[in-house]
Structures are given as C-alpha cells and as structure tokens.
Design a protein around this ligand. Structure first.
Ligand code: 3EB
Length: 358
C-alpha cells in the first residue's frame, strides 16, 4: 500500500492540540477548518498567521473539536483581501472568509444571503485573479439554517443564485469546469443569522473535473431543485508538484437527480458510498495511477440527526472493510430528505508515464 496521505493534508487534530503545536509546524500550515460547537474553543486563536475557518458544528464521534489542516511547502505568504484571510505557497492558495448577512437588506430583488454569497465569490475570484491562482479546486460552503425559507425561496436556493451570478460575472464556466464543493447548514432552526462561512483551495494548474455516471451533473439539475443549478462538480483531481490529490465533493443518496431512501439512513449511507465508488472509478481512469480506493480516502461525514451516527458509522466500516479514516459532524444537508452527506479526500504520488508528457 502506498502512503495514502498527501503532504497537502496533515492529520486532523483538536483545537487544543493545534494550539500546542510548535511554531515550525504552524509555519508549514496553509490553513485549517476547525469544527466545534463550543463558542469559546472555536474562538481560540490558533495562530494569527494561519487562516482558520471556525465552523459552528458539533463533532459527533469523539472529542469536542476537530481541525482539518492543510499543509503547504516551502515559503508561505499570508495576507488579507476584503473579508478573505489567505495563505499560499508557490502552487496552492488556501483562503477563509466569514460574511455576515444581517448587515444586508433585500435590495434589487436579491435576498441578503444571495448578496452575501455573490459578494463572497466576487472577492474570491478577484483575489485569485490578482494573485494568479486562477483555478478554484475545492470550496467548503457553510450556511446558517440552510433549509429555512425566506423571501419565498429556500435559503440553499438563494445561495445557489448568488454563487452562479458571481461565476457568470467573472466570466467563469458554470457547466463543466467547476470546482468540487460541499454546502452544509448549521445553527438553530429559524435563526438564519449567518454568517456565511467559506473556505477554498485554489492553484495554478488546471484540475480535472469529474462527474458521476450514476448522477445528473449538479449544474444540470432540473428547476424543481431551485431557479439556479448548483455550481460544483462531483470531484476534482489536481496535480500538485509530486502529488496527485483527489477532492470528492459532498456526496449524498441521489441517483439521477432524485433523492433515494428518504427515511432510511442505512440505505442512504449505502447509496452515498455507491456514488463515491463511482466517482473513484472515474478518478482512476484519469489518474496517473489507478490506485484510489475506499480504504485510502479521508472522510468527513455530515449527519443530520446525531442518533444516526452509530448506524452510519457501522455501515461505513462494513463497506470500506477496514477502520475508515472518518470524522463525524452534525450538520443540515441541503435537501430536507437527505439524512447525511459524505465528502472525501485522498492523495498519492504522481506517476510519470514514460513516453507521455507530464
Ligand atoms: C447533491 O449532490 C448534494 O451546492 O456546493 C453536494 C455538494 C451538495 C456540493 C453545493 C451541494 C453542493 O446535490 C448536495
């Protein structure tokens, strides 16, 4: 077995453990996503130089918090651009941003969340153009009260409007070459206070975008899922120096465009993993070596009802066959009938095929 952890991604650790890391370790960190329901822990500053996205979600499997850490290589540079806090090496840029919705009013037919989303992506694309990391690889979108309705539109659909408008305004494709992503909800029902909470990875080499033959591409979902389709691909495969990294988007129990097994969490887990396997098969066709498999993935499992964690975990272990590398978080999924969403990442060395150009 090859080493399944790309240098880009270090081990996940608690916020407390992050705080105790030596300065030389932190100096190699591009950034982190820190999940904790504890306000105090969430607000602890891990390091002023390290962009750290604080996501108000309860960790369900163990401990109180978990940080997913992305490592860079060589000299890192950090800065701020609008609401974005970023850090980059020569190849990759990691950024985080938190945008309040409450300061916005509905204007020109646009809801506050729609405006915040449009503004967030506008800032991302402006930064990427300015610093010349044109390719958006992966975006994590966290939205307060994602399933609530306001202004006669579900909030996830307001988000989709703002996101697609920003892509279009920047001349970006909204079909085909779009980033891998996830979109999850947090917070008390009915609060809808925001803030819109986003992290992203971008770079200088075009990723390969991957779709799932079992599913209609999300950017081609029919109108019943909102006036504007979501702008994401099922996965992106990125070459980074000596490595190849696979980002599998948030994946759920959807076949074609329909949710399956609306009330059966174990069946949803099985269907979700069948989707991930289908994406892995596509990735292995495009990869320099066909060695991505279920056991080599790092999973993040978003669970709507905390009590469902145990059956999901048992099913995942059954399917993967070993003890999967997975963390579990309580989150709302973007369709009411989805009980879980699973995202995953893997990396392996890039293999140069003799006779082919790299
Ligand atoms: C789905 O397949 C489930 O809007 O960025 C998964 C990944 C989902 C990303 C997004 C939404 C998004 O449609 C939901």
């Amino acid at each position: 077995m090859h080493d399944t952890v790309s240098p880009l991604q270090g081990a996940s650790l608690s916020i407390a453990a992050f705080l105790q890391q030596p300065a030389h370790w932190k100096s190699s960190v591009l950034g982190a996503l820190c999940f904790s329901a504890d306000v105090v822990e969430r607000e602890m500053q891990v390091d002023v130089a390290v962009p750290c996205l604080r996501v108000p979600m309860q960790r369900l499997d163990a401990g109180d918090s978990i940080c997913e850490v992305w490592h860079g290589s060589g000299q890192l540079t950090q800065g701020r651009y609008g609401a974005i806090h970023y850090r980059h090496d020569d190849d990759v840029l990691f950024g985080v941003m938190v945008l309040p919705e409450t300061i916005l009013e509905a204007v020109a037919g646009k809801t506050p969340l729609q405006q915040a989303t449009e503004s967030a992506y506008h800032q991302v694309f402006s930064l990427l153009d300015t610093l010349r990391y044109p390719y958006l690889f992966r975006v994590w979108n966290y939205i307060a009260d994602i399933n609530a309705h306001s202004f006669e539109l579900e909030r996830y659909h307001q988000f989709n409007l703002g996101r697609q408008d920003a892509f279009l305004a920047h001349g970006r494709e909204v079909v085909g070459n779009v980033p891998a992503a996830c979109a999850l909800g947090f917070g008390q029902k009915g609060s809808a206070q925001g803030p819109l909470t986003i992290a992203f990875l971008a770079g200088r080499v075009a990723p390969l975008n991957i779709e799932n033959p079992r599913q209609i591409s999300a950017y081609q979902y029919p109108q019943q899922y909102g006036p504007r389709s979501p702008t994401f691909s099922r996965a992106s495969l990125v070459r980074l120096g000596k490595d190849e990294v696979l980002f599998i988007s948030g994946t759920a129990s959807i076949v074609g465009h329909a949710t399956l097994h609306a009330t059966d969490v174990v069946a949803q887990t099985r269907e979700t993993m069948a989707n991930i396997e289908a994406v892995l098969a596509e990735a292995n066709c495009l990869s320099s070596q066909p060695s991505f498999d279920l056991a080599s993935l790092h999973y993040k499992v978003y669970v709507r009802h905390p009590a469902d964690m145990a059956p999901i975990r048992a099913e995942l272990a059954h399917i993967v066959g070993t003890s999967p590398n997975a963390i579990y978080l309580q989150a709302d999924v973007c369709r009411q009938d989805l009980l879980l969403e699973i995202e995953a990442t893997a990396g392996h060395p890039f293999v140069c095929i003799p006779g082919q150009q790299d």
